[in-house]
Design a protein around this ligand. Structure first.
Ligand code: GLN
Length: 486
């Protein structure tokens, strides 16, 4: 069996017990990338030379008896929204096409400390705005299960890389579903942590009250392993939570006797297909078989979440993206005779793609005087109602079980002219970001040979219960053992 078929956990064990060297691991994955990348197109940049150098350095440290960390020798794909010192970080935008950050994101530093090896920067929807990776300014990524279909988005490159075994782990970011929805579409496991658990220092901001960084892997244990590495306090992100962390791997006991699983009917509406609903209900039955207690809960504000998100996220984006004006970062378009306002304008017209421009306009409008109260302030009030629904639900249960996305992955181009259908892809994931809660997506079935995702939502900072529930279900089924054939 080739090393690229092993999980991150197994690879780390092989390296630690000297059954494989870091260099062998890296060469194996780079070989896999070479074999499939032309079809999958998961990466904007492959950092092969750098990865080999790092592998050799880790092997030398290992040979001298050093502990190289819990992820020692494990390759990882990093979403191109995360800053990497000396390596181009584009956010899949023309605006940052040649941007080389002078520093590493906090999570990238953490990975380095724990011995992981970055093999490349993963493609995404431009500035993380989208649900299919078709909004990348460079090229769309393909779903490894069916190359005619999208991998989801915005962390589509990260997820496709994991599903195609180009890396056993990936980092994504999730503002409205961008880790979980692609995980569902590609048959992977993706976790959005509690808001504040993982520092966003060095993540190129989209909507700051919603953005979180999280792990993507082929099984729950690998997800827990990566979460352990990246979670924890960092004073450079003012929203970072400062408290001691549990050992996430210890949560994977396989026992969910007595766990209360809440089922909110409202998450099975709004375009959720029958085959998705059936698969998720079967998964809930399975959890009941394992000893969980299933309770109905009601979350009446859920239906407003999507509309609320499309006020709040663009508003914050319009403010965050104001910094791309041709002065400090990235692209500058300045023609002879242009004054500074013309330079701003030409730079932003050329540098931003259609979806990004569209959102900046919506957000600027929603924040403008005279409209602020009607849109932004109102949206914030509805956001509070959504959060209260979750608070009430968690009085009655430990985790919630819902679909991750209403359908399986759609065909490339299928939703290009239907922005509403595109946005509906996040209808089940967005409420979770609104409330800042942790949630995980894991495979729970197939439709037309495409994976279906089960979403489990946890209470604030209760990633342990979430991982325990996900792991117990995973171990009782074999969906996670299936791989796309490329
Ligand atoms: N698809 C959603 C959007 O387009 C969410 C994206 C995300 O989570 N980054 O905004």
């Amino acid at each position: 069996m080739s090393l690229s078929q092993l999980s991150a956990y197994q690879i780390a064990q092989q390296v630690q017990s000297k059954k494989a060297s870091c260099r062998e691991v890296v060469d194996d994955f780079l070989g896999r990338i070479e074999a499939v990348e032309e079809r999958v197109k998961a990466f904007v940049t492959v950092t092969g030379d750098e990865a080999r150098r790092r592998a050799d350095m880790l092997d030398r440290r290992l040979a001298s008896g050093e502990d190289i960390g819990a992820l020692g020798g494990v390759p990882i794909a990093v979403k191109d929204a995360l800053c990497t010192r000396g390596v181009k970080t584009t956010c899949s935008s023309k605006m940052l096409e040649n941007f080389v950050p002078p520093y590493d994101a906090h999570v990238v530093e953490r990975l380095a400390v724990d011995g992981a090896i970055t093999v490349g920067k993963a493609n995404m929807d431009e500035f993380a705005m989208g649900s299919s990776t078709e909004n990348s300014a460079f090229f769309p990524t393909r779903n490894p299960w069916d190359l005619e279909r999208v991998p989801g988005g915005s962390s589509g490159g990260s997820t496709a890389a994991v599903a195609a075994l180009e890396a056993p782990l990936a980092l994504g970011s999730d503002t409205g579903g961008s880790i979980r929805q692609p995980a569902a579409y590609c048959g992977c496991v993706g976790l959005k942590p509690t808001y504040g658990l993982v520092s966003r220092y060095g993540l190129i901001a989209f909507a700051s009250s919603l953005d979180q960084i999280g792990p993507i892997a082929n099984d729950v244990r690998d997800c827990a392993l990566l979460l352990q590495s990246i979670a924890g306090h960092d004073r450079r992100d003012t929203t970072s939570i400062n408290r001691s962390l549990p050992k996430y791997l210890d949560a994977l006991t396989g026992n969910i006797r007595g766990l209360k699983v809440g089922v909110p009917q409202e998450f099975f509406a709004q375009g959720v297909q029958g085959y998705v609903s059936d698969a998720v209900h079967k998964a809930i039955d399975k959890m009941a078989e394992l000893g969980a207690e299933v309770v109905e809960v009601s979350m009446p504000s859920t239906e407003y979440a999507l509309a609320t998100y499309y006020i709040i996220a663009p508003s914050e984006a319009s403010s965050n993206l104001a910094r791309y004006d041709g002065v400090q970062y990235g692209l500058r378009v300045h023609e002879m005779g242009d004054d500074i306002v013309q330079m701003y304008s030409k730079t932003r017209v050329k540098g931003f793609g259609h979806e990004v421009q569209h959102r900046i306009m919506i957000g600027t409008h929603a924040l403008s005087s005279g409209f602020y109260d009607a849109y932004y302030l109102k949206a914030q009030k509805v956001r509070t109602l959504i959060r209260r629904d979750f608070e009430a639900a968690f009085q009655k249960c430990d985790v919630l079980a819902t679909p991750t996305a209403p359908t399986v992955a759609f065909k490339l181009g299928e939703n290009a002219n239907d922005p509403f259908a595109m946005k509906l892809a996040d209808v089940c994931t967005i409420p979770v970001n609104m409330a800042g809660l942790p949630a995980i997506s894991l495979p729970c079935g197939f439709h037309e040979k495409m994976p279906i995702g089960l979403q489990l939502i946890g209470n604030l900072l209760d990633e342990s219960t979430l991982l325990r529930a996900a792991h117990a279900y995973e171990q009782a089924t074999d969906w996670h053992t299936q791989r796309a054939v490329l």
